[in-house]
Design a protein. Structure first.
Length: 409
């Protein structure tokens, strides 16, 4: 009988590999966040009403979330690098097609395709780190990846509107298309990490969904997506409701990426000195403080602080939970990370939809205070669960007392 084992990380990530992974994550996040500042302008240029143009963003996010497990299973079966190269090739074509879209229906379709293809990059990058870096130091390169992701978010939010206004919105879509095409070729230099055979296409899902801890972390991720992503959407609209110009509101919201990048550097230094529980708690405190302040005041100065704190909360809390997710199903790591992503984006979308009536009524104070309140169970569940998982893993037990699967990482 053939025995499958988890891939064994053997070294820290080489600088050349890191740069390629950072670039893939940056391009993916840039493409995902670039459309929001351009919706009104695109509608005017294409002669389409705003609700129609919004479908280009909604279709992208939906396709992005739904394709996470598809790419995860493909990555477990055919390899991380191969999947990234195939997906980036498709993403390049879809992004360039978006830049050439003659009308709103074509733009909606091409943006959905772009979301479906770009969905592979971030999860595959995270999984690659999980395959190649030992668990004891894994959060350091994960924090560096988070910095690249945050940079993509910040640059997209801050730059897309300016490029669209002064040049053309088509250039904003063309840029990630060209970069994705380059990376699809450049990634051939990235070595394929060793991984366990996955068996049938559905085998990774059976491994992942049979883990009680996987379900627990997915539940945490869903609440995390609601708090850290869903309510975040309303920072710029809250400023605009108080008469702040759209460009300035977008720039303030972009400081979330700046805060995330700065905090990621701090997290990188603290890994090994602070326990995961302490990192989670620090992130939760920053997030709760941010939303509490946002509830009290929606002035420009207050929301500058809020955006920076929320970026810090993301880097401290999310990167720690993300690192935990990479260790739960070592023989189906890509699928496990992908299912984590599905839960995260489902929580984000759900919170965004449910909060929309309050935002439309400009009831931002109770909306942000609700986010602060939800941060308490999020932080508690993440911290207690992480501590319990560490104890049961050390003792060789699952939550129910059964032997825990060996995580070679």
């Amino acid at each position: 009988m053939t025995t499958t084992t988890a891939p064994t990380p053997v070294a820290t990530l080489p600088a050349s590999s890191s740069r390629l992974l950072y670039a893939a994550g940056f391009v993916s996040n840039f493409d995902r966040f670039c459309i929001a500042p351009m919706l009104v302008l695109i509608g005017a240029r294409l002669g389409a009403p705003l609700p129609t143009v919004v479908l280009a963003a909604s279709g992208y996010y939906l396709a992005y979330g739904l394709m996470q497990p598809v790419w995860g299973a493909a990555s477990d079966r055919w390899g991380r690098v191969r999947v990234m190269r195939v997906s980036l090739t498709g993403a390049a074509l879809a992004a360039l097609a978006s830049a050439l879209a003659p009308d709103a229906p074509v733009l909606i379709g091409t943006r959905a395709l772009a979301g479906a293809f770009f969905a592979a990059s971030i999860a595959a990058s995270l999984t690659y780190v999980g395959d190649t870096v030992p668990a004891a130091v894994r959060q350091r390169p994960l924090s560096e990846l988070m910095t690249a992701f945050a940079l993509g978010t910040a640059v997209a939010t801050a730059v897309a509107g300016a490029l669209a206004h002064y040049l053309t919105w088509r250039l904003v879509f063309a840029l990630p298309g060209v970069l994705a095409a380059y990376l699809a070729v450049a990634l051939r230099r990235l070595p394929e990490p060793e991984r366990a055979p996955s068996g049938s296409l559905l085998a990774p899902f059976r491994v992942v969904l049979s883990s009680a801890w996987q379900w627990y972390v997915m539940a945490v991720a869903m609440l995390e997506g609601a708090v850290l992503l869903g309510f975040l959407t309303y920072l710029a609209p809250a400023l605009e409701a108080h008469g702040v110009p759209t460009a300035l509101a977008g720039a303030v919201a972009a400081l979330y990426g700046v805060g995330s990048m700065a905090a990621a550097q701090a997290v990188k230094r603290l890994v090994g000195r602070w326990s995961p529980v302490r990192l989670i708690t620090a992130g939760g405190v920053q997030t709760a403080a941010a939303y509490t302040l946002a509830g009290y005041r929606q002035s420009t100065g207050a929301l500058v602080v809020v955006a920076l704190l929320l970026g810090g909360g993301w880097s401290f809390l999310h990167s720690t939970v993300q690192s935990w997710a990479t260790a739960l199903s070592p023989t189906a790591r890509a699928t496990g990370v992908a299912m984590f992503g599905v839960a995260l984006y489902t929580g984000s979308a759900t919170a965004g939809i449910l909060a929309a009536p309050a935002a439309q009524a400009h009831a931002y104070r109770p909306l942000f205070w609700l986010a602060a309140l939800l941060t308490v169970p999020l932080t508690t569940a993440a911290a207690l669960g992480r501590a319990r998982h560490q104890r049961t893993s050390t003792a060789g037990e699952r939550p129910g007392g059964a032997p825990a699967p060996t995580d070679a990482s």
